[in-house]
Design a binder for this molecule. Structure first.
Ligand SMILES: Nc1ncnc2c1ncn2[C@@H]1O[C@H](COP(=O)(O)OP(=O)(O)O)[C@@H](O)[C@H]1O
Ligand SMILES: [Mg+2]
Length: 234
């Protein structure tokens, strides 16, 4: 397996880290049969890719063998965000038969965390993900990893997450409060449910708990995840 060095440029934040830990615990409590987990949300930029990365790092740090799978072939996030300059092969190339499974799994400098990049954007991502090869691939990797965390495009915009959901054990639905209308969230959730995937829970992202008592209580009860927006804007 090839090795790659990833550089996470995000600033560490105590509350953020604690919320990720809570999320990790809740996932562990979901049971051992929950291995392949997708993360989606209604819209782009709600923070899915960020949560997937933090969660993968966290699970790896406690000794779980984790595979981070970037299945957002439309807007692949990680190579650019994590300072990868060399050319890497990714999921779209594997699904279209150009490379083998061994060519796309990279061992990283994060403990117990391997990664599969999205690869170059393909003309028909949902078509590629519907292929039998994707299902077979998930079957194979689940023998080796404790968790496969799957980053997906927004389900309110494209169908990919629902296609992936057919073959996953569970889904986490992420919401950026204030940015998503109730109706949109409901529509997205029922789309996800129709895929037959078990919805494990919701994560509220980009919450300033100090500014809003209401969300603050949500944080306490459900261990939601937030990072203060201003830190990100620096
Ligand atoms: N909790 C957060 N607080 C502030 N900014 C965030 C938070 N999570 C993500 N972001 C920022 O929002 C943008 C979109 O995040 P990203 O993970 O790419 O979203 P998605 O995968 O849902 O499109 C990025 O610039 C990211 O750094
Ligand atoms: Mg993303």
């Amino acid at each position: 397996m090839k090795k790659i060095t990833l550089t996470d440029k995000r600033k560490s934040n105590y509350y953020y880290n604690e919320a990720i830990k809570t999320l990790r615990t809740n996932i562990q409590l979901s049971g051992q049969s929950i291995k392949t987990i997708l993360i989606t949300s209604c819209f782009p930029n709600e923070g899915k890719s960020d949560v997937v990365l933090s969660l993968a790092q966290e699970l790896g740090s406690i000794g779980k063998k984790v595979l981070l799978l970037d299945a957002d072939i439309r807007k692949t996030a990680y190579a650019g965000r994590l300072g990868v300059e060399e050319e890497v092969k990714g999921l779209s190339q594997f699904l279209s038969g150009q490379v083998n499974i061994n060519d796309i799994i990279y061992e990283t400098n994060y403990e117990n965390m391997d990664i599969i990049f999205g690869g170059p954007s393909a003309p028909n991502p949902s078509g590629l993900l519907s292929e039998n090869i994707f299902q077979l691939f998930l079957k194979k990797v689940r023998e080796y990893y404790s968790y496969i965390l799957i980053d997906t495009p927004p389900i309110g915009t494209v169908i990919d997450a629902a296609v992936i959901g057919r073959h996953c054990d569970g889904a986490i639905f992420l919401i950026e409060p204030g940015n998503v209308r109730y109706k949109d969230a409901q529509k997205a959730l029922s789309q996800l449910e129709r895929s037959g995937c078990q919805i494990l829970g919701a994560v509220m992202n980009k919450i300033d708990t100090k500014a809003d008592k209401y969300y603050s209580s949500y944080y306490k009860h459900y261990g939601e995840y937030y990072r203060r927006a201003e830190e990100n804007n620096k």
